[in-house]
Design a protein around this ligand. Structure first.
Ligand code: Z5A
Length: 230
């Protein structure tokens, strides 16, 4: 079996994950590296239907357990249909959010027991663990401002909740998510690289290209110096 290279992007909304995932994807293709772009939640026929349920304004009544199961179902489909077959073909896969999002939002954010989170994360992804995760660390207020300006009015269930600044155990939901990401990054220093995402996109891109040059050179056992796609 061939083995590809799996990159995930993580972080708070408005940190630039989607923008940067597209820049990386185009850059890798331009440099002759076969690459696939995926995202979560969604990215498959069933996953896109699940995405609607999860993100649409009006679905505020959704319980935390059902929310976890829906993110898990969407991920299981993404792994089965997009990610695993592409990695088996030896391709590079970029995924905009993956299981660290569930740990950060449903685990640290919602407060669901971590043994339950780990069980469902493992259940969905089997042995498909990212080789590299870029954690785009943005100040929550900056990220939220960027995200709410950009999002379609329908996909605002989470943002609505952040704006209401719901508190659990004396801490805001969005603070718990951000602290959660730091903990996940500290526990996985080899896999996760923290990038200051408050800066200009061009500066973030430079940092990411440098990390990719290093990681992909190791992977393909030859010097890779990526030329940026503009
Ligand atoms: N969620 C969860 O709870 N559990 C899970 O397991 C998963 C997800 C997988 C939707 O995710 C929600 O699902 C999310 C977590 C939860 N919570 N919320 N909200 P999503 O990935 O579909 O949505 P998102 O993370 O909110 O995406 P986003 O707002 O699109 O954020 P982004 O991808 O990081 O940002 P972007 O699309 O690249 O940029 C947004 C805007 O900001 C755009 O106009 C850019 O031009 C601008 N931008 C981005 N970066 C910069 C910089 N550096 N400078 C200036 N402007 C910038």
């Amino acid at each position: 079996m061939k083995e590809g290279f799996f990159i995930t992007l993580e972080g708070f909304e408005g940190s630039g994950k989607t923008t940067l995932a597209k820049i990386i994807y185009k850059t890798l293709l331009k440099n002759g590296l076969n690459t696939v772009l995926a995202k979560e939640p969604g990215g498959t026929v069933i996953g896109d239907k699940i995405r609607k349920i999860l993100l649409e304004r009006g679905n505020e009544g959704l319980g935390y357990k059902a929310e976890l199961l829906l993110f898990t179902a969407s991920r299981a489909e993404n792994v089965r249909i997009n990610i695993k077959p592409s990695l088996e073909k030896g391709l590079i896969v970029i995924c905009d959010r993956y299981f660290d999002s569930t740990t950060a939002y449903q685990g640290f954010g919602r407060g669901i027991d971590m043994s339950v989170i780990d069980y469902f994360n493992n259940f969905a992804v089997e042995d498909i663990i990212p080789n590299l995760t870029l954690f785009l660390d943005v100040d929550t207020e900056i990220g939220l401002k960027r995200a709410t300006m950009f999002h379609k009015n329908l996909e605002l269930r989470f943002e609505d909740e952040f704006i209401q600044k719901k508190e659990v155990n004396g801490k805001l939901f969005l603070e718990r998510v951000r602290d959660g990401y730091y903990q996940i990054a500290r526990q996985n220093p080899e896999r996760i690289k923290i990038i200051d995402a408050n800066r200009d996109i061009s500066m973030l891109t430079e940092d990411i290209i440098e990390i990719l040059n290093l990681k992909l050179s190791e992977k393909f056992k030859r010097d890779i110096i990526l030329k940026l796609h503009n």
